[in-house]
Each structure stands twice: as structure tokens, then as C-alpha cells.
Unconditional design. Structure first.
Length: 280
């Protein structure tokens, strides 16, 4: 009876956890669809989570309470997943340790480091989003750094700049031909120069400058008839001390998953072949 009661208690606790999770996520969906919390969510995306939580100027207290609660729920689920998964892994290893099981162990460990890399991107360094700059303009930020837009190259029809991103087709915009030349400076000295494309950011040590898109110049109203103003660009600037380690570990995880799939697929195919020869 004690084992039965323990199982029932465990199921009851699991049901309560699922119910709380559904209600909490539902609350977040309601806030996401509300205009009252729209700026709060935008502020969450534009700065580091660390700065967003502790700043009194970004986000409402209600939204921050919801997000902190969500993080606590995710931590509880993560701890439960880690202990349950590793317990099963070690049980499997104790029975019989082979190549596929070794790679399963490696993939789980590397996945944990990838998760920590994501956490580092949210909590460490800094992040500045939606910076709008025109050719020749500058943006100064932490530690004496400064970004200058040396040149903007836009080859497509400027009418595409007026379209919503969801309606832009590959004929409207060629991401391989449109770019901006960026100059990175520190304390008045030029330290790096590079061209950034939509899918090719500029990296300097653990800093990254990402081109998000192009937009109409704010000076277009003052130009002569039939003349076209050079578009502005929208960029993100971020610094993550764990970026290099993350860029190394992430491909390792993908490679580990691929190797594990090959090994398990071969093992499964071999077992089917053996079973097929034994059973008429």
C-alpha cells in the first residue's frame, strides 16, 4: 500500500506542476497580447535580462515578477530533468558500456554547457538592440568603444524598404549584395574595420555587431526630386564573454548528436537483421 500511495502522491504532484506551468504560460500569453505590456517585452529583447530586471525604467513590476517566476519553474524542471536523465544514464552504463552509450553521455554533458552558454548570453556582457545609424554616423557605448558607419551599400529597389519584412521576397532583397562597412574604435583609435551582411556579423574578440536590416533615411524628405537617399541600417551590438567557448561547443554538440545517431542506427539495424534470421 505504501508503494501505491507513493505513486499516487507523485502523480498528484506532477499534475499540480503541469497545471501551474499551463496557468503561468497562459498568463504570459495574455500579457504578450496586451498593449499595456508591449513596451515591457520590447525592453526585455533590447537589453540584457540582467539589466532589464534590475532597471526601474524598463518593464513593469508585474511583467518582471512573471518572468522571474517562469525562470524558477524552468530551473525546477531543469534540475528534475538532470537528475532523472543522469540516473538513467548511469544505470545503462553500469549494465553495459559501449560506443553509443559513451556518445550519449558526451552529448548530454555538452548540451548542458550549451545551455550555460545561452545563460551567459542573457546575463553577461552587454547588449544594445535596434540602433539606427546612417552613413557617417557614430554610436558610442561601454568601455570607450564607438561604432561608425563608414559606408552603406544597397543595390535593390528602395521601394522594398517600405514593405513589412514578412512580405519581402528574395527578388526584393539580396542579402549577399547589400551590406555596410563598419569601423570599430576605442578611445579614439581605429581597432577594426569590416563589412557586415544580414547573415554575416562583425566579430571582435567577444564583441559582435549584427546587421538587422535597412530602412529609409530620415533625410529622404530633404533631397532633390528623382534623387535617392542612402538607406540607414539597424544594428545590434552585443558582448558575451562566453561567446568563443559557445561557438566551439555548439558544433561539438551537433557532431556528437550526429555520431550518436549513426551508432544507434547501425546497432538497431544489426539487431533487426539478427532477429530476422532467427525468426522464420
Amino acid at each position: 500500500m505504501s508503494k501505491v500511495s507513493e505513486k499516487l502522491a507523485s502523480l498528484n504532484l506532477t499534475a499540480w506542476n503541469i497545471a501551474i506551468m499551463i496557468l503561468w504560460l497562459g498568463w504570459g500569453m495574455i500579457m504578450a497580447g496586451s498593449e499595456s505590456f508591449k513596451k515591457g517585452f520590447q525592453g526585455m529583447n533590447n537589453v540584457l535580462i540582467r539589466d532589464w530586471i534590475f532597471s526601474s525604467e524598463t518593464g513593469s513590476p508585474v511583467l518582471k515578477i512573471w518572468f522571474i517566476g517562469l525562470c524558477i519553474l524552468m530551473i525546477i524542471l531543469g534540475i528534475n530533468l538532470i537528475f532523472c536523465t543522469w540516473e538513467k544514464i548511469f544505470k545503462i552504463i553500469r549494465i553495459k558500456f559501449n560506443g553509443p552509450k559513451f556518445f550519449m553521455l558526451v552529448v548530454h554533458a555538452v548540451f548542458g554547457f550549451v545551455a550555460l552558454g545561452h545563460l551567459g548570453g542573457l546575463m553577461l556582457g552587454y547588449k544594445y538592440n535596434n540602433i539606427k545609424l546612417g552613413e557617417g554616423q557614430k554610436y558610442s557605448f561601454e568601455d570607450g568603444y564607438e561604432i561608425k558607419v563608414a559606408k552603406v551599400v544597397y543595390t535593390n529597389d528602395h521601394k522594398a524598404l517600405k514593405k513589412s519584412t514578412r512580405y519581402i521576397t528574395k527578388d526584393d532583397f539580396d542579402y549577399r549584395k547589400n551590406f555596410a562597412q563598419i569601423l570599430l574604435r576605442k578611445d579614439g583609435r581605429d581597432i577594426s574595420r569590416d563589412s557586415i551582411f544580414i547573415l554575416n556579423p562583425m566579430r571582435y574578440k567577444d564583441m559582435q555587431v549584427t546587421l538587422r536590416g535597412f530602412l529609409e533615411s530620415s533625410e529622404s524628405d530633404g533631397i532633390k526630386e528623382n534623387a535617392v537617399a542612402t538607406p540607414w541600417i539597424t544594428i545590434n551590438i552585443s558582448r558575451n564573454p562566453a561567446l568563443k567557448a559557445y561557438l566551439i561547443i555548439y558544433p561539438v554538440m551537433i557532431a556528437g548528436i550526429f555520431i550518436h545517431l549513426i551508432l544507434t542506427w547501425r546497432s538497431s539495424a544489426k539487431n533487426k537483421y539478427i532477429m530476422g534470421t532467427q525468426v522464420p
